[in-house]
Design a protein around this ligand. Sequence first.
Ligand SMILES: Cc1cc2nc3c(=O)[nH]c(=O)nc-3n(C[C@H](O)[C@H](O)[C@H](O)COP(=O)(O)OP(=O)(O)OC[C@H]3O[C@@H](n4cnc5c(N)ncnc54)[C@H](O)[C@@H]3O)c2cc1C
Length: 438
Amino acid sequence: MKHRVGLIWFESDLRVADHSLLHLAQQECQQLICLYCVNPKWFQPNRYGLRSMGEKRWQFLQQTLADLDQQLTELGQHLYVSYEAPLAAVAKVIGQYGIDVIYRSYHSGAYERQYYDIVRERYPFLDYVQADTSTLFERAQIAEMVTELPDSFSKFRKHIEGSKLRAAVQSPLTPPTQLPPPPATLSRTTWVTPSAQRNFVGGSHAGFQHLKRYFAAAYAQTYKQTRNALDNWNDSTKFSAWLALGSLSPRQVLAELATHEADQGANDSTYWIFFELLWREYFHWYAQYHDKKLFAFDGIQQRRPTTSFYPARFQKWCQGNTPYPIVNACMKQLNETGYMSNRGRQLVASCFVHELGLDWRYGAAYFEQQLIDYDVASNWGNWQYLAGVGADPRGHRWFDLAKQTAMYDPQGEFIRRWHGNDFDAQLDHIDAADWPIG
Ligand SMILES: Cc1cc2nc3c(=O)[nH]c(=O)nc-3n(C[C@H](O)[C@H](O)[C@H](O)COP(=O)(O)OP(=O)(O)OC[C@H]3O[C@@H](n4cnc5c(N)ncnc54)[C@H](O)[C@@H]3O)c2cc1C
């Protein structure tokens, strides 16, 4: 064996199937520690005064971790969860167990990458192995676009399609049959798994069941026509939460899509699922390419928006208490379920920036807290796009909320279901004593 004790540092790759690093660790290590760090920072107020890990997200993550532990147990391993800051947790494990190699998936988040870089600097004598486990492509397959990322999604997609790269996406790997054992002195994490939301249950087990069920039915055949609906479970795939935590890989989704196409036929709609996965793919490479600019007010455009921050407006938007019923309904849906449709996200983000004149980063931070499918690349990339500081060649997207309501909720059903019509008469409250100013 090449290594005595290996460390696999899990992050957004919480599965055992289609995970090349687990296969490597199986071949190379006598013992292995499977570590996940729950960063205490996630639960403290961030620069936007929000927590990055809201309650629904935390529930889904806990279910996912418990499921991963179960999968690892079947392979002779278990998941060791640390509640210390990642650098401290990794340092402790390295020191206590004499780690000589660290396996870690590439991450799209700049801060997650920074943790890893610091570890590498502090422990230059260890071996390090990285792999692309959360994208369709590995960096070597699209090397020219990784080093010179196209400035729009269309150019990226055309390159992938023009070079017929869909066929180059590798088939998902099966899980290893066995993993090297953990050191005998490594304590086992005990689990108290929170009960599940009705539809979204964290972990590969539930994710894979959902994937199979979705493609066994005919929903994908009409996906393109139904995907913009605001509230129905089967109108879009609902794969995002499992993809975000890596309990499903995009290659697993693509493989099931191909099987579906072989069984039930390929059409515009089935193609469109691949198209949407390419959006996800683009944002993942975009986040790695633009690094911390993903979080900058002026984005990648070096053009500062004319928006600002108004605490009362922000609070009303978060609560679904604006003069826009469709926005209120979407926000209440998000707060209650941890999910919002893609169309809903576009509408509430457009309202945030254009109608309410708010600094887009606060909206992105609120999504980060609330969404169970929060994904650093897709979230901040889409917000930049809508705020006009990202990869949108048109500059910005301003949705006409009245028109959109007529199109997507013509009978007002969605708004009624989520009480979008319950809002205060006034958006900005000005006390007479404060007026006129000066
Ligand atoms: C402001 C804003 C914030 C967003 N934040 C996130 C986020 O944090 N996490 C996240 O996964 N998606 C995010 N999205 C993208 C998209 O809204 C969700 O992926 C989608 O609604 C999830 O539902 P679904 O799985 O049913 O999607 P489907 O319509 O079934 O799409 C299939 C898959 O394609 C990918 N996808 C679809 N649309 C997009 C898109 N615009 N950008 C990137 N990937 C896409 C997702 O992985 C999705 O699961 C955001 C979009 C907007 C406008």
